[in-house]
Design a protein around this ligand. Structure first.
Ligand code: CAA
Length: 417
């Protein structure tokens, strides 16, 4: 039997505070429906300087290891995908290794390509294991980011923060990746970026949406070509994309997943052999199908709507949201996943949900992680946003969590709860 490789388990970490998105809209003099219906948001995670990409990554990885009884000596690779690292040289992964006292006999490194960095790390780990070079060892891939555009900007309601840690192995209880079917598309564009030394991203918002959709088309068509060749999908009454039980997208804000799904359907409708939906207007109308969006996409967005953008982790929050609610029903079913990072790179891949997914998701206790958060006022959110990134508030970390305690002689010192 062909070797199965993919995600065995996952865990999430989120900042301890959030703001209600309607409160934010009212404070900005905006109709709340723009943020709720227009962007698809409900709540937005608010990270304080003690909750940086290291502390969130370490908290998520510690949860992953502890709740799934991972034997650290099984690990041969620790990768952190992030675009909000804390040092130009020392990777987040080395901090996590130290904080969790993980073995020295591992490869540790960060991967960066905006929000695509986590998927780059996941593919490096998956293909390392599939190649046989891992010799039976597993990898941890962590996606950790703080999405920050700044007060009173157009991007403000699409901020957020958090981390998702993935255990990658030859026992893919959550998702067995369809090795070799991946489609990739990359281009040199300035749609969203963060020059060195800046805390806030610079973004050409509407252009970034069109870059995302353009790159999605290339990546999806690449996957579809291989999936057709391997008879994983076929042209028929159902479009190739409709043959995937669910499709997960990179979610900078929830409405983007709807736009992305329309674009993916348009790719199928434009390329379908024969005369089906033969005019551009008919194809555009069919692409927008609400029934298809509801059936294939909507159920994955619950966590994204409550946390906001988490850059590299957003796609994997959608995976956690989907499997949290539907893992038993989806066991044995194939889903598609679209990762997008500005700059830009997109990758579409697929995988089959494992029989052990429901058991694994019960360990992640996603609801409990969110339930511990505190809702803060817009005034408190603004106070936190104005705090200096190198002077964290002296708050005790919750049990099992990590926080940046201080920076002494340019060294970051973390406290464990
Ligand atoms: N009631 C209901 N809906 C309303 C409304 C109201 N009163 N007012 C406006 N809307 C709708 C609009 O019609 C629009 O919907 P459609 O896109 O479906 O037409 C939606 O609300 C947003 O309105 P605007 O486009 O006018 O909003 P905006 O210009 O203020 O900003 C944004 C939107 C460009 C997404 C901005 O929030 C932004 O720049 N965000 C950051 C960039 C981003 O997330 N880009 C995504 C692609 S890049 C990527 O994916 C990488 C990444 O993670 C950053």
């Amino acid at each position: 039997m062909k070797k199965q490789v993919g995600i065995e388990a996952l865990a999430i970490a989120v900042p301890r505070r959030y703001v209600d998105i309607e409160d934010l809209a009212r404070a900005r003099g905006v109709d709340p429906a723009k943020y709720t219906a227009g962007l698809g948001a409900k709540e937005m995670a608010v990270a304080d300087p003690g909750e940086d990409s290291v502390s969130l990554a370490a908290t998520a990885a510690a949860r992953l290891i502890q709740r799934n009884g991972v034997d650290p000596s099984r690990l041969g690779m620790l990768v952190v995908g992030t675009e909000t690292g804390v040092d130009h040289s020392k990777p987040v992964a080395s901090h996590v290794q130290g904080l969790l006292k993980l073995p020295r006999t591992m490869r540790t490194f960060d991967t960066q390509h905006a929000c695509y960095g986590g998927t780059a790390g996941l593919m490096a780990a998956t293909e390392w294991i599939a190649s046989g070079a891992a010799a039976g060892r597993s990898a941890i891939v962590i996606c950790s980011d703080i999405a920050r555009y700044g007060l009173n900007t157009a991007g403000e309601p699409t901020q957020g923060g958090g981390a998702v840690a993935l255990l990658v192995s030859e026992q893919p209880d959550l998702l067995a990746v369809d090795l070799g079917l991946n489609g990739a598309c990359s281009m040199d564009v300035y749609d969203f970026w963060r020059p060195l030394g800046r805390r806030e991203a610079v973004v050409d918002g509407h252009y970034s949406i069109s870059c995302y959709l353009d790159a999605l088309s290339g990546a999806y068509r690449g996957w579809r070509e291989r999936a057709l060749a391997h008879e994983v999908v076929r042209w028929g009454e159902k479009l190739p994309g409709e043959q995937l039980e669910r499709i997960l997208y990179h979610v900078p804000f929830c409405k983007m997943a709807r736009k992305a799904h329309t674009q993916l359907r348009l790719c199928d409708l434009e390329d379908a052999p024969g005369t089906r939906d033969s005019t551009p207007a008919a194809r555009e109308e069919a692409a927008k199908s609400s029934a298809s969006y509801e059936a294939q996409v909507a159920s994955s967005l619950g966590l994204n709507a409550r946390i906001g953008n988490v850059y590299t982790a957003s796609l994997y929050l959608a995976l956690a949201g989907l499997l949290n609610g539907e893992s038993a029903a989806l066991a044995g079913k194939r889903i598609g996943l679209l990762s997008y990072g500005s700059g830009c790179a997109a990758e579409f891949y697929s995988g089959v949900v494992g029989e052990g997914a429901a058991r694994r998701m019960a360990q992640t206790d996603v609801e409990a992680v969110l339930a511990r958060r505190e809702r803060v006022s817009v005034e408190e959110y603004e106070r936190i946003m104005r705090l200096s990134s190198d002077a964290p508030e002296q708050l005790a970390p919750a049990p099992g969590e990590f926080r940046l305690a201080e920076i002494r002689e340019h060294r970051r010192i973390y406290a464990a709860g």
